[in-house]
Write a protein of this length. Structure first.
Length: 292
């Protein structure tokens, strides 16, 4: 049976410094809980909010609170993994003062790739779905960009794709993963033409919906619901996937390069994802509970 450290390493592929930061945050909660009459098994949402107030009173800012709670989210997921817990009370907690931030379990590169690989490819709709999943898993696009990608933005020979700018993001050219090549070829040269004929549409949009509208939001919602049924670790849909991809980029590259890859207009948008890595938070955690 995996201990918590091994769970983080092998199930989530966390780096050693990330694991130490996560363990430090969890130890802090485990010391606080019994002294305040809080059970560490099946902890309630109300009790987590009580702990959040404790963190705030101790002088932690919103990002530090966010990081502490993200560590606890991994801990409660680990309890469920062991069969010793039934709920993760951290899910979907929003922290006042951090815009648009929702806590997600970060998926490892292996989990993301398996999500893509394991999706069926039996029907034309499946092929289109695999193309969409690939764009999220490998290019980390956000929902508003899917409608803007056109056929001529895909360069299969150079394995590149242009992600056009949107209200929220800058344009950028990203590498395609070699695993995307087959599905993109099948879709561009066969499936997409069939869909255009069936819908009698004329459009340059890469993704063709089967309804009368050119908007892909409805088909994306349905696809994410199917993915969440197939992949229990996926609980936050497209936003969780994008957060996972950006977090992995931050572990590989510096802030500026990650900002370009993610298409963020402002560096502060990229910095919010640093809370997931703990690399920038480690010193703050050690002030309260030194590692080791």
């Amino acid at each position: 049976m995996l201990d918590f450290s091994e769970y983080l390493k092998y199930q989530h592929r966390h780096a050693s410094t990330t694991i130490k930061g996560t363990e430090s945050a969890v130890r802090r909660f485990l010391r606080w809980a019994p002294a305040n009459g809080v059970s560490t098994e099946d902890t309630s949402h109300k009790e987590i909010m009580k702990y959040t107030r404790y963190l705030a009173d101790a002088g932690n800012n919103q990002h530090s609170i966010y990081s502490n709670l993200n560590a606890l989210s991994h801990y409660f997921s680990y309890q469920i993994f062991l069969g010793e817990g039934s709920i993760n009370p951290i899910k979907a907690i929003k922290i006042q003062g951090i815009k648009r931030e929702t806590l997600y379990d970060i998926l490892s590169p292996e989990e993301l790739r398996e999500m893509y690989r394991s999706y069926p490819s039996e029907t034309p709709i499946d092929t289109r779905s695999r193309v969409i999943i690939g764009l999220y898993v490998f290019q980390g696009i956000h929902t508003g960009e899917l409608n803007k990608i056109e056929v001529h933005h895909v360069d299969l020979q150079r394995l590149k794709i242009l992600i056009p700018s949107s209200r929220r993001s800058k344009s950028r050219i990203l590498n395609l993963d070699p695993e995307q090549l087959y599905d993109l070829q099948e879709y561009l040269y066969k499936v997409r033409d069939i869909m255009l004929q069936e819908t009698q549409k004329e459009t340059l949009q890469l993704i063709v919906s089967m309804g009368s509208s050119h908007n892909t939001n409805n088909l994306l919602d349905k696809l994410m619901k199917r993915l969440e049924k197939r992949c229990p670790q996926l609980t936050g849909g497209a936003k969780q996937i994008r957060a996972s991809v950006i977090t992995q980029w931050l572990k590989q590259y510096d802030l500026r390069k990650t900002q370009r890859l993610a298409g963020h207009k402002f560096l502060s948008s990229t910095e919010r994802y640093e809370a997931y890595t703990y690399e920038g938070l480690r010193e703050d955690l050690e002030v309260f509970h030194p590692v080791g």
